[in-house]
Design a protein around this ligand. Sequence first.
Ligand code: 0RA
Length: 686
Amino acid sequence: MAVKKQPEQKPKEEKRASNHDVVESISKKIETSYGAEDIQVLEGLEAVRKRPGMYVGDNGKKGLHQMFREVLDNSVDEALAGHCDKIVVEMYKDGSISVEDNGRGIPVGIMKKEKLSALEIIMTKLHAGGKFGGGGYKVSGGLHGVGVSCTNALSEWLTATVQRDSGIFTQTYKKGKPVEPVKQTAKSSKTGTKIQWKPDATILTTVDMDRNLVKYRLKEIAYLNAGLTIEFIDEIEPEHNETFMFKQGIVQLVEDMNESEDPLHKPIYFHRVREDMEIEIAMQYHRGYHTNILAYSNNIHQPDGGTHVSGFGQALTRVINQYARKMNLIKEKDKNFTADDVAEGLTAVIALKLENPSYNSQDKVKLVTPEVQGATNSLVGDGLLEFLEENPGVAKGIVDKSAIAQRAREEARKAAEAVKRSSAMDSFGLPGKLTDCVSKNPRECELFLVEGDSAGGSAKQARDRMTQAVLPLRGKILNVERARLDKALDNEEIKALIAALGVGIDVETGRAGFGDDTETGGKNGKTSHFDLEKLRYHKIIIMTDADVDGEHIRTLLLTFFYRYMKPLIMHGHVYLAQPPLFVVKAGSNERYYAATEAERDQIVENLKRKKFQVTRFKGLGEMMAEQLEETTMSPAGRRLVQINFDPQIEAEIEMMFSRLMGDKVEPRRLFIEKHAKEVTNVDWHY
Ligand code: 0RA
């Protein structure tokens, strides 16, 4: 049996030297004219090839895409600085990709100290990027900011073509090393930079760029930079060709996120330019329940929010309460709305550009810059009150929505409490339908969620009673994307699930997610917090039939986990079992299992002249316990797919959930599974 392991990821703590100071000193000097001698040189590229994980995250898909982001970010910085309005990204038949902009062009002049072209220095020395803004804020995006030289180091070849100083200049590199000096090939009256590279397959485990991910990033950048045109050209799959340009920027993004919703009003837009930062906020309430707040700083998404989001949440809560009281829409004795109440049915995008943002970690998932909180708070505070006063009809709609949310949350709290005391639970508070395992050590315990009593019966026989528990779920689980939490908690299957897992449910911040520091979004003294420590099984394995119904249940369960027990997914506790579809029997005791028709055909082909017999499994319920055990449940022979999300693509997931999803289950399923990562893959050969 061959066990295929995922390549180990480099631990995140391995930090690189910060290029922060370098960026700053360059940015201060190059306000108006740029001299080649300003670029500083720090390190060689050998280190990048030796330990790619330290520079671009890993040597797989993530790293490959980071190489792209490093190049793209340079062009976006040029646009941020106001020097470029068009970026073209192209993917070629030979596996190379290019990013071209119509900015000022990378300087090509000879630098005094190194006696080399600035272009060569930028492309071949780590941290030698010339990142700065001109005129406005000295803003620079970039996730890691390790620079284009890392992309160069990890490329089989890279060609830089620059138009400036009345000429076209070019230089090609192999594995980061220049093939010849920078040379002028023609005259030109234009300016701009084109970088084309082919990722090095001897270093990277995959060189296959995911078009959807590339396009998603381009679209995101276009939304965040109103007026910037980004063209995507795909030589291999021209049906992907697309140009993104949003005159209205994030206002358009909010409208698009609410595409399948019923909005209460036109998006509200707040914009403030200060010396040290620019804040843009677009928001729109809709008649649904779901809250979707996307936060960005310098074009990077913060899935965990931070000071910009909490400042926004504070202002929203304060102003809506203030307005509601003033208009006598909440009475004196009534409680204030919480941040979660006022955020229900809200779609918002917060986008900041600031000079020296600080984050809680290297992956920039949470902004911690303190000044930002007061700045967003005051911008929204001033603007929103004015809006409400000028639009009393809309204002009433928003206050009514908050009041409904407040009542529903109260109900949900009661319902969550009631789950614990429900008659369907035994004296230990566990659901009657649960067949628990003997071990009480969560680390080794697994919970199989199976569809229906018949499959439940087989699973009970096939399990290892020491560590494997079985919870059969009957009927369709409620579609929690559309349902309010108090309704979801009325559902017997959901109650049993919550009780079995032991972690509780996120009643308070499951949806709004303004973060811990939102003054009025109090959880104080409230019941039913989510507590991952109390998780009774470290592996929660969804085991459904490989048919349409099974897929439906699986999607509903994943949606439930994603909405109300998100940490379970984020910490990798949720898995999909992969029961086989076919068994191929040959000889007297050779058995091969296949999950797909293609696998079955492959097995049959390998058997060549042997006699064989193929059987298709109709459902888990009709598999023999022994077969179910060896193919699907026993760690020795099963395949599991772990559900986990990369924070970088969380914006995409949010967008997919809120825009495309709703009742449309199919695209959601495909999406979730596209991002599911296979962790354990054992061949089914016995
Ligand atoms: C350093 C200095 C200047 C521009 C750039 C770098 C630059 C880099 C990239 C990378 C992709 N596109 C780019 N566009 C510009 C300023 C040059 C001047 O002052 O003219």
